[in-house]
Design a protein around this ligand. Structure first.
Ligand code: IPE
Ligand code: IPE
Ligand code: MG
Length: 239
């Protein structure tokens, strides 16, 4: 698929809240788990296109710190899909030069998910292609509190002083350390909220909300979202 917008207008960092799997399944008379499974199918071409279109970083919301409150079997299905995704796709992603990073509290996920994710990160850490960030057991408030704690610990140990804490130091303690700020945030399924995703990193992001549920998020819908982004006038507080 050709570039939907001029390369110079491409966002460097796209973040996606993949929402609406459950409603998609319900609309098809299927269990929610089937919606999640079709959601993984929808994801694959989007990852490839990000690489092909020269987008530097793609960050996906896979599981929030609040999603533990879902029924136990749904949580288990989502966790199962994470491992299945890596097992099936890691060779191809590695070959394409994708560099995988997990965002979130990996210590809080079951061991098999943690190990699979750690192996994927380790295997792809030197790859120079698309930076694929997967938010798993991720919460934006938790991330900010964690950064504050880490800085406080460094101050307490004498490694730094409170005066050393500026935006650069703070950003260095976020899960997204070293990545550009989010340029484009896409949320599917018609919901128009952030749901605790990348609170700090979205300060000047452009938001594009699409009505399609995530399993219906096709390359054409992605291209349309990029086109909407390219038409925005990003002022960053200036005139
Ligand atoms: C998004 O779809 C997937 C995750 C939250 C992991 P949902 O499961 O939230 O689907 P809806 O919003 O209930 O339709
Ligand atoms: C956000 O979707 C989390 C993920 C997509 C992983 P939710 O479906 O959990 O968010 P709310 O409950 O509608 O805000
Ligand atoms: Mg939802």
């Amino acid at each position: 698929m050709e570039l939907p917008i001029p390369a110079a207008l491409m966002p460097r960092h796209v973040a996606i809240i993949m929402d609406g799997n459950g409603r998609w399944a319900k609309a098809h008379g299927m269990p929610r788990a089937w919606g999640h499974r079709q959601g993984v199918v929808a994801l694959e071409p989007i990852i490839s296109l990000c690489g092909a279109w020269g987008i530097e970083a793609l960050t996906l919301f896979a599981f929030s710190t609040e999603n533990w409150a879902r029924p136990k079997d749904e949580v288990a299905q989502l966790m199962g899909l994470i491992v299945e995704f890596f097992n099936k796709k890691i060779d191809e992603l590695d070959q394409k030069g994708v560099c995988i990073r997990m965002l979130g509290d990996l210590a809080g996920v079951p061991q098999v998910q943690r190990e699979t994710a750690r192996q994927a990160m380790e295997r792809t850490k030197n790859n120079a292609g698309l930076k694929l960030n997967i938010a798993l057991n991720y919460g934006g408030r938790q991330e900010i509190v964690r950064a504050a704690q880490r800085l406080a610990a460094k101050c307490a140990s004498g490694e730094m002083t409170p005066e050393d804490i500026g935006e650069t130091a703070f950003e260095g303690e976020l899960y997204t350390s070293g990545l550009p700020m989010v340029d484009l945030l896409i949320r599917t399924s018609g919901e128009e909220r952030l749901s605790n995703f990348l609170l700090y990193q979205c300060a000047y992001a452009e938001f594009v909300f699409v009505k399609e549920n995530w399993p219906d998020f096709s390359p054409a819908v992605f291209a349309a979202a990029l086109d909407a982004y390219a038409r925005r006038d990003r002022r960053f507080g200036k005139v």
